[in-house]
Ligand binder design. Structure first.
Ligand SMILES: NC(=O)c1ccc[n+]([C@@H]2O[C@H](COP(=O)([O-])OP(=O)(O)OC[C@H]3O[C@@H](n4cnc5c(N)ncnc54)[C@H](O)[C@@H]3O)[C@@H](O)[C@H]2O)c1
Length: 346
């Protein structure tokens, strides 16, 4: 099967600002450039990073959002700062009539998420949450296969995201403290997977989780396991870790008529495999399969193209503020479960 993009590139040029110019910001910048949007300025509090990005992006850098707004007029912003600043910067942007693509997690509390969602609605601007997996072709294809009924009844979803910070031996400051990050791998990686499970399997009924800090001297957890019961009756398991070697991102969807498997470790193509049985009387270990060749393109460019399209056409974003809030709700329930050692019903 050949690769096919389900998200198209927005044709209109837009003026964009990026708030926070660290690691993920470069992916946003690349996405805007590919979609013919123009990054007309950015905010970065670190002077060295600001100078580096000014040269690299050929755009003016500012030390605060206020300074940026005094100099350039963006139609939309990407918020790529540490988690603790997502809410205040979103509120500032929407107050100025600016559309927001906010990196995940949307914010650190349900109340903050609600305030962000209402403020964007009142201002009539788009608020998109940066769960980029929704824009990945293999997730969209998986959803299409599940929705078509080809997989039968979905019984179990397993999702895993793990890495070791590129072998650097340390957790970066943005992610290592409750004050800046709000949590560890369960929040950082887990919020993506909570959204993935909801996207593929529907809403969640209850959650039971365990967390641990085993690999790094940090206050937040570096390992987390969450078991979910979905409203459909299916079960799901979410595994997040900063404590295993290398990188792995994958999901496995088990249905009564088939299985989907998509696992990526950075070194092989990110294929989506669809296993099924062509006839009932095959051997136990024999499965028929279809492989969808996907390539290694992540969903960031796709989510940015989708963001620009929803601004252009005034349509609902690919991942709404409410979706972002739901994954925060699930992560917070998982933390409560781990703390109280009991299942939490939502
Ligand atoms: N969707 C994804 O796959 C993905 C991947 C990585 C990170 N993220 C999210 O993106 C955000 C940033 O992560 P990162 O990996 O780029 O971190 P990072 O530490 O590399 O970059 C954050 C940058 O923001 C700057 N900054 C801090 N406070 C600021 C402020 N008030 N205004 C402007 N700039 C400020 C820092 O100096 C730093 O350069 C986090 O919310 C993280 O969860 C998402």
């Amino acid at each position: 099967m050949s690769q096919k993009k389900l998200v198209t590139i927005a044709p209109m040029s837009k003026n964009i600002a990026i708030l926070g110019a660290g690691g993920i910001a470069s992916t946003h910048h690349r996405g805007y450039t590919r979609a013919n949007a123009k990054v007309i300025g950015f905010v970065e509090v670190n002077q060295t990073t600001r100078a580096k990005r000014e040269e690299e992006w050929n755009a003016p850098g500012f030390a605060s959002f206020e300074q940026l707004l005094g100099n350039v007029k963006p139609e939309a912003v990407s918020i790529c700062t540490p988690n603790a600043y997502h809410a205040p910067l979103t509120l500032e942007a929407v107050k100025n009539g600016i559309h927001v693509l906010c990196e995940k997690p949307l914010s650190l509390s349900l109340e903050e998420c609600s305030t962000m969602i209402s403020a964007a609605k009142e201002a009539g601007v788009i608020l998109q949450t940066g769960h980029h997996l929704r824009a990945n072709w293999y997730v969209q294809k998986a959803k299409e296969i599940i929705t078509s009924g080809e997989l039968g009844k979905v019984t179990f979803i397993r999702a895993r995201q793990s890495h070791d910070w590129g072998g650097s031996g340390r957790v970066p400051d943005t992610f290592s403290t409750y004050a800046r990050a709000g949590g560890g791998t369960l929040l950082d990686n887990g919020c993506h997977l909570m959204d993935l499970v909801r996207n593929l399997g529907g809403d969640v009924k209850s959650i039971y989780a365990k967390t641990a800090t085993l690999a790094y001297p940090v206050e937040v957890e570096d390992l987390a396991l969450a078991h979910l019961e979905l409203n459909s009756g299916a079960l799901a398991s979410i595994e997040n870790s900063w404590s295993s070697i290398g990188f792995e991102e994958g999901f496995w969807v088990y249905g009564t008529k088939g299985t989907l498997e998509c696992s990526f470790t950075g070194s092989q193509p990110r294929d989506l495999k669809h296993y099924h049985r062509a006839s009932q009387d095959q051997e136990w270990g024999a499965r028929d399969s279809i492989t969808y060749k996907v390539g290694n393109e992540g969903g960031h460019s796709g989510e940015i193209a989708a963001f620009l399209e929803s601004i252009e056409h005034k349509t609902q974003p690919i991942c709404t503020g409410e979706d972002g809030q739901e994954s925060v709700r699930l992560v917070l329930a998982a933390y409560q479960s781990a703390k109280e050692n009991r299942a939490i019903t939502l």
